[in-house]
Design a protein around this ligand. Structure first.
Ligand SMILES: Cc1ncc(COP(=O)(O)O)c(C=O)c1O
Length: 381
């Protein structure tokens, strides 16, 4: 099997797996228990908090562990709405956010918050000028994703952060696709909130973290006990949290090597496929992008058909984001770039990760070309 859907999820790192095993077996103590068995679990969590903080240039006290990206995004968006409950407030988001941001925005709109969705250009880039002109006197939060999960476009986070800090508007970035893959420093970028998820950087599923700048108020999303310094209730996922700490440390240490490798895999795929199918369109090309994501639109084949035929040949790619792939809807990201509905539905995403090899990229080129030729021959577009 060739797994080329790393933007959906990644394989757990071997080192992280080894680190989490003891906490699934013999060291199963509750981190909130006061006896030594529990205190040991607590120490492991605090070590992971330090590892995560170092990786993004934060203080450990600014990190709260969550169940993943969706929780972190909901926490910030809903939290801001609850913080200013009853006041007439305004929030800004990009139009190509992940559904965990977009649907949280739609939810707060039903509670009276007004939201502006800022468009992107044809390569998926938001302009700082457009963000600036969307700001109103009652704007409380701007949420712009660090890097897009479907096309890989990286946003001008530092410029937006600088502008918003001057205007005293809170800035959140969904950095689920960026953390562990490209350099991220919350202080340099002037961020107030950052969301991340472990399973996108070879950690375990169901674990993530929220960075919240020291001194910024954000109401709780999950109520109950006093875990996470009273900010997020629920018995801690000790195994997942420790795996995340090590997976992130490993990702940051290997970042430039992996990035070079992913760039080569993506280039091989793009050049090879363009040679075989010259009419394909590479979405987001020209923008600064994540190294491992290749999003392709075919002229005469549905993405769904290509994906299913690739599946029969044991090649895993996706038609859009994993969260949306069960729906027969055109990708909101590709539509936002200006693609027609038909073009958007004629697209696939190949996303490479640290465990892919060059021969897999080469086999993807030949397999995609074969599958495409078969679809064309059957005229079943
Ligand atoms: C950009 C982005 N944000 C948020 C999420 C949601 O993360 P999680 O699966 O950890 O809830 C994803 C996952 O696909 C994503 O790609």
């Amino acid at each position: 099997m060739i797994y080329a859907d790393n933007a959906a999820t990644t394989r757990l790192s071997e080192a992280a797996f080894e680190k989490m095993l003891p906490f699934l077996r013999e060291q199963y103590g509750n981190a909130s228990s006061r006896y030594t068995f529990g205190v040991k679990a607590k120490r492991v969590i605090e070590e992971a908090r330090r590892q995560v903080a170092v990786a993004i240039g934060a203080e450990p006290s600014e990190i709260a562990f969550t169940s993943g990206g969706s929780e972190g995004n909901s926490w910030v968006i809903q939290g801001i709405a609850r913080l200013f409950n009853g006041e007439n407030i305004h929030v800004v988001a990009s139009s190509i956010e992940h559904h965990s941001v977009l649907n949280a925005c739609r939810k707060i709109e039903t509670c009276g918050v007004s939201v502006t969705y800022v468009p992107v250009d044809s390569v998926g880039r938001i302009s700082v000028r457009d963000v600036a002109s969307s700001i109103r006197p009652n704007t409380k939060l701007v949420s712009v994703m660090f890097a897009n999960n479907e096309i890989g476009t990286i946003q001008p986070i530092a410029e937006i952060g600088k502008y918003l800090r001057e205007k005293d508007v809170l800035f959140h970035t969904d950095a689920v696709q960026a953390v562990g893959h490209i350099p991220v420093n919350v202080k340099d970028l002037q961020l107030d909130f950052l969301t991340a998820s472990a399973h996108k950087f070879n950690g375990a599923k169901g674990t993530g973290f929220l960075y919240k700048r020291s001194g910024i108020d954000l109401p709780q999303l999950i109520f109950g006990g006093e875990q996470e310094h009273g900010q997020r209730a629920g018995t801690e996922n000790v195994a997942g949290i420790t795996a995340m700490g090590y997976a992130l440390e490993e990702s940051v240490a290997d970042m430039s090597l992996i990035s070079e490798k992913l760039t080569a895999l993506a280039e091989t795929s793009i050049n090879g496929l363009k040679a075989e199918i010259p009419e394909i369109r590479i979405n987001g090309q020209g923008a600064e992008r994540l190294p491992g994501i290749v999003n392709i639109t075919f002229p005469y084949a549905s993405g769904e058909a290509v994906m299913r035929l690739l599946d029969l040949k044991e090649v895993c790619v996706s038609t859009s984001s994993a969260c949306n792939s069960g729906k027969d809807e055109a990708s909101h990201v590709l539509l936002a770039l200006g693609l027609s509905e038909k073009q958007a539905k004629s697209s696939i995403r190949i996303s490479y990760g640290r465990y892919n090899a060059m021969e897999e990229a080469e086999r993807i080129v030949s397999t995609v070309s074969d599958v495409y030729a078969k679809i064309i021959a059957n005229h079943n577009y």
